[in-house]
Design a protein around this ligand. Structure first.
Ligand SMILES: Cc1cc2nc3c(=O)[nH]c(=O)nc-3n(C[C@H](O)[C@H](O)[C@H](O)COP(=O)(O)OP(=O)(O)OC[C@H]3O[C@@H](n4cnc5c(N)ncnc54)[C@H](O)[C@@H]3O)c2cc1C
Length: 278
């Protein structure tokens, strides 16, 4: 297996405070936070996913779920519940005790994107995560994703050893959205530009990925893909059916779905992940 996780640890909830923000590119805002216990424990790998809890209008801090005595999640009352979304730990900075999350600025119809546009130092956000360190131990990798997957792909590639080889395809709006990925690995990063085509449309990412020749199964290989739902469905079927990759060689997750918010998309995504694990 290329990615090894220890036995799942209990869910950790923290209230984070914004310390600073900057646009990495015009469409990607990096927000730094203090208050994440995983920093003090150095117990979460950059690239891991987090649930974020966005305060409701009128709330200064989000009201978080708690874990009851029987170990089950207890939700706050409906009128207190935060909006929950899924993001990626981009950086864990041991020097200053902060973490970074990179938010795609895709407009204000999404509560998370809208929150990221307006967040200022002193604002609060909740997070939930399971502590655990991921290890990638393949020899050859294929990474593919759109900008929502860029924080995870960058964080994983940055930490791969010099012996790791492979290719990454990252689809972004245009050349101005490319980011620098500093790595000692031999992963060749290729940027694909939509150049006017809206996110979630077009087939540049699929076309590029479908043209890749995979090494045969004597090589320890790992395919990691995340993007809009339709692209992932096509690519996941391709790798399962054409290449017979199973979950030890394939991570394929839809990170968002056109015209559907995360509240509605969540169950569909988990159904797809369950199928992926079969
Ligand atoms: C494991 C995981 C990790 C993720 N990590 C990140 C991350 O680090 N950074 C990041 O920015 N996103 C990340 N995402 C994707 C993010 O969760 C979704 O984009 C989410 O829908 C954003 O919430 P929202 O409140 O802004 O929009 P929602 O309320 O969920 O959606 C509102 C509308 O916006 C559309 N929409 C959602 N996302 C986009 C987009 N990117 N571009 C254009 N339209 C969109 C929806 O189709 C819907 O019509 C991750 C998703 C997963 C599953």
């Amino acid at each position: 297996m290329s990615k090894e996780n220890k036995t799942p640890s209990p869910i950790q909830f923290d209230i984070l405070e914004v310390t600073k923000y900057r646009n990495v590119t015009p469409g990607m805002r990096r927000i730094s936070f203090k208050g994440c216990k995983a920093v003090y424990n150095n117990s979460l790998s950059p690239g891991s996913h987090l649930k974020v809890f966005i305060p409701r209008p009128g709330q200064q801090k989000p009201v978080l779920q708690i874990i009851g005595e029987n170990g089950r999640v207890v939700h706050p009352a409906d009128d207190q519940r935060a909006t929950v979304r899924t993001y990626t730990l981009r950086n864990l900075n041991l020097e200053n005790g902060e973490i970074d999350i990179d938010f795609v600025l895709h407009g204000d119809e999404g509560p998370a994107s809208a929150w990221a546009e307006k967040a200022r130092p002193g604002d609060f956000l909740g997070v939930a995560y399971r502590e655990g360190l991921a290890q990638y131990n393949a020899d050859w990798y294929l990474f593919a994703g759109d900008e929502t997957a860029l924080p995870a792909i960058s964080a994983i590639i940055e930490n791969l050893p010099a012996s790791a080889k492979g290719t990454a395809f990252i689809e972004v709006a245009n050349a101005g959205e490319e980011q620098q990925i500093i790595t000692e690995s031999g992963i060749e990063v290729n940027w694909l530009h939509r150049n006017g085509i809206p996110a979630g449309y077009g087939s540049k990412l699929s076309d590029a990925v479908l043209s890749v020749q995979l090494p045969d199964s004597t090589v320890k290989r790992y395919v990691w893909i995340a993007a809009e739902f339709v692209t992932i469905k096509e690519l996941r079927n391709h790798f399962k059916e054409t290449h017979q990759l199973d979950k030890t060689e394939l991570h394929a997750t839809a990170y968002w779905k056109l015209d559907m918010d995360e509240d509605k998309f969540h169950d569909l995504r988990h159904q797809q992940m369950a199928e992926n694990n079969q």
